[in-house]
Design a binder for this molecule. Structure first.
Ligand code: ZN
Length: 409
């Protein structure tokens, strides 16, 4: 009964990662004990009725654009034109005119994410000469509104590049001084057309603000490879081991194995992480896990000016990761859950990288009690069924139940 009492909670009859039923005691926001089912709660101890549900680590969405979300608004037909610049202009022309103020939208979207099982997130906030710091302030407002439900990192994101519009670099610098956590970069070759200059600016700001880096890479194969090599060079030169993430990297996934492998080995050596959104040409997650490269999953936009996809549900996106990879074996589908949960935390630096594709951390003694209870016969069945019967815990406290937030903010 060690530690039972006020400040502790007993999760009764749960199945950690689909294993045998257990009662789980949580103390001070950490899993303290795994006990036999039927354990008598301590005096004053909260009890969460597990009802035989699965116990998983909660989701970490490491690539979400809260500042462009359209969740909760009337559906809007897609009007963007293909390509990053065209999509950016479509967003720029419309985001202020949406039915609700941007800070209300970011807060609504983050709440929906928590309600569905996400308690860690890394969100972009577009910083450019159109938005200034307005979108950053909106994401920071969402973070503050849900501070007792989720941890959120904010990326100051130069969606319009750094070299195309005067004042972009100064704004990114200011965003880092105004509460952003991560310096963003984007398509150093294709957007700014001066990859060395773009990346030097990004790494320079990261050094100045002692911050990590996340670079959006939509570029095709050889350009993506070239950009990735420049990122590797600078990660090494600036001593940024463990502090750089490549997002998307679509073109890298398409490289022949003999070209991809040396890059993956360098990512492992310099601990460069990879964030994916489960696109049609999927990331080689098994290969990355084999090499101990940190990999996380995200939703990208949510029904925004770039695409109608994204519904705040990382369990849906986990299904998508499995589906786009063509996975059928349970161990592979479960690996997708590991990527979407603890894999994401590894990108955020709050958990180690998955050791291999069979690694299932996050629901054992000593792990943070950021947890998801979800109905499902097995973990793979839960991904296929995506039941609404979920309970979400953040730091050992229930923050959502049945896809609704619980309690006051
Ligand atoms: Zn994105």
């Amino acid at each position: 009964m060690s530690g039972a009492g006020p400040g502790s909670a007993l999760l009764s009859d749960v199945r950690p990662w689909g294993g045998p039923p257990a009662d789980v005691r949580v103390v001070d926001g950490v899993i303290a004990e795994l006990l036999p089912v039927g354990t008598v709660p301590g005096a004053g101890e909260d009890v969460v009725d597990g009802r035989g549900r699965l116990l998983l680590p909660s989701f970490a969405d490491v690539h979400v654009h809260l500042d462009s979300t359209g969740l909760g608004l009337p559906f809007r037909p897609h009007t963007g034109t293909p390509g990053v610049w065209g999509m950016m202009l479509n967003d720029r022309a419309n985001w202020r005119g949406a039915e609700a103020p941007i800070a209300d939208r970011t807060t609504e979207a983050l709440g929906r994410m928590v309600a569905r099982g996400t308690t860690s997130a890394r969100s972009y906030a577009q910083v450019d000469v159109d938005a200034g710091l307005e979108r950053l302030q909106a994401v920071l407002a969402a973070k503050e509104a849900h501070r007792d439900r989720a941890t959120v990192e904010v990326i100051a994101f130069p969606q319009a590049g750094l070299l195309r519009e005067a004042g972009s670099v100064e704004l990114l610098d200011e965003a880092m001084s105004q509460g952003a956590d991560v310096v963003g970069g984007i398509d150093p070759c294709l957007l700014d057309r001066d990859p060395a200059r773009h990346l030097d600016l990004v790494f320079g700001l990261a050094e100045k603000h002692d911050a990590p880096i996340d670079v959006h890479l939509h570029e095709p194969d050889q350009l993506a490879k070239f950009s990735a090599e420049l990122i590797v060079e600078r990660t090494r030169a600036h001593g940024m081991t463990g502090r750089v993430t490549i997002s998307h990297g679509y073109g890298l996934s398409a490289l022949p194995r003999e070209e991809l492998l040396p890059l993956v080995e360098q990512f492992a050596e310099l601990d460069i992480a990879w964030a994916t959104i489960a696109p049609p040409s999927p990331l080689p997650t098994l290969l990355l896990a084999e090499h101990g490269v940190r990999v996380g999953l995200g939703e990208d936009g949510q029904r925004d000016y770039w695409s109608p996809y994204g519904n705040a549900d990382m369990l849906d996106r986990t299904w998508q990761l499995a589906f786009t990879n063509g996975f059928r074996r349970d161990e592979h589908v479960e690996h997708c859950v590991a990527v979407a949960t603890v894999g994401g935390r590894s990108v955020l630096g709050t958990a180690p990288a998955l050791r291999d594709h069979l690694d299932r951390p996050g629901a054992s003694v000593g792990d943070p009690a950021d947890l998801l209870l979800v109905e499902g016969e097995t973990v793979t069945a839960a991904v296929m069924d995506r039941s609404p019967d979920r309970t979400v815990l953040f730091r050992g406290r229930v923050v959502a139940d049945g896809l609704e937030l619980t309690g006051a903010a």
